[in-house]
Design a protein around this ligand. Structure first.
Ligand code: ZN
Length: 318
């Protein structure tokens, strides 16, 4: 039997349940929605989670479309799933947990006697480090972004090669291979010896069907490549960035982005122009480095210093 929260499955079965983490403000117990798919044959364990950031719904879409397609009688090994990690943020469609105003993906490995976010992080981290591979499904919040996979352990980490291989297998087309900030699951789990990636499935308000489908394909690529499912997956070369440059606006006004997402940009090329409300040009911002136009804000209005866009730099093919 495999148990995750109240979900319990014998070999060849799947089950859903709740992973209890505490109580809400009215004293009701709450639990994260979890699932177990226990393969009829022995094998390795994959842990997948979504909505660690409460407004990032594409990962929930991936899980919702993937689970019905998984037949435990055709599976070797086990899949553990947490469909919504940031419970409180998800309820109110926000990025951060409103109970403690914390970003979940800065709270790993968590603390089971800590803050609201630390307790949720600790509960899900337990599941993550019981697995052989971890997929932590994210997106570019509500900005627009290419579909990419982040390797966050850093190039000098002992698990770097394994994480990078997992990213290549997932196969969104782009990889950002850059050490992430403290508290990310994709940093904390490799420290415990578990290859972990952070697929960033586009970005939107609501669901983006293309990005969700790319995520579903990524999960099945992983399942085939690592022997959970029969069949074969050849990992294809990915465009990799090891640098990431962010651009803010030097003035207030309305922006006009020049490249499209995924376009190659050259050093000195115009990234965006800012005009005032009467259409008069105020500023033109150019790229400091060559790279790939990776991410951009969704709304056109900006204040001085406000985030506008990002370029992935130091590009190679991996
Ligand atoms: Zn995120």
């Amino acid at each position: 039997m495999v148990t995750f929260g109240t979900a319990t499955a014998a070999p060849g079965e799947k089950d859903t349940g709740r992973l209890e983490v505490g109580e809400t403000r009215d004293g009701s117990t709450f639990g994260l929605p979890v699932a177990v798919v226990n393969g009829v044959d022995d094998g390795r364990t994959l842990y997948i989670q979504a909505a660690s950031d409460g407004d990032e719904l594409n990962g929930v879409g991936v899980i919702q479309r993937t689970l019905p397609q998984l037949d435990p009688t055709e599976l070797s090994g086990t899949i553990l799933v947490c469909g919504v990690v940031n419970y409180h943020a998800f309820q109110v469609a926000e990025h951060r947990n409103p109970v403690d105003d914390t970003k979940m993906n800065r709270a790993y490995p968590g603390d089971k006697t800590g803050t609201s976010s630390e307790r949720i992080a600790a509960a899900t981290f337990n599941a993550a480090i019981s697995a052989d591979y971890v997929l932590d499904l994210h997106q570019g919040s509500t900005s627009q972004m290419i579909d990419e996979v982040r390797v966050r352990c850093g190039t000098r980490h002992r698990l770097h090669e394994e994480c990078l291989e997992l990213a290549k297998v997932f196969g969104c087309g782009y990889i950002l291979d850059q050490k992430g900030p403290d508290g990310q699951l994709a940093r904390a789990a490799p420290d415990e010896g578990v290859p972990t990636i952070d697929p960033e499935l586009g970005g939107c308000v609501g669901w983006d069907e293309d990005s969700i489908q790319r995520g579903v394909d990524g999960v099945f690529n992983v399942l085939r490549y690592y022997g959970f499912l029969d069949g074969h997956h050849d990992a294809r070369p990915q465009t990799r960035a090891t640098g990431f440059e962010q651009y803010g606006s030097p003035v207030g006004g309305l922006i006009d982005l020049k490249p499209d997402l995924g376009d190659r940009v050259s050093r000195g090329e115009t990234l965006f122009e800012v005009t005032d409300v009467f259409g008069e040009p105020k500023a033109e911002i150019t790229a400091d480095s060559s790279g790939v136009f990776w991410r951009a804000r969704r709304l056109p209005q900006v204040a001085t210093g406000e985030y506008v866009c990002s370029v992935g730099t130091n590009i190679d093919t991996y």
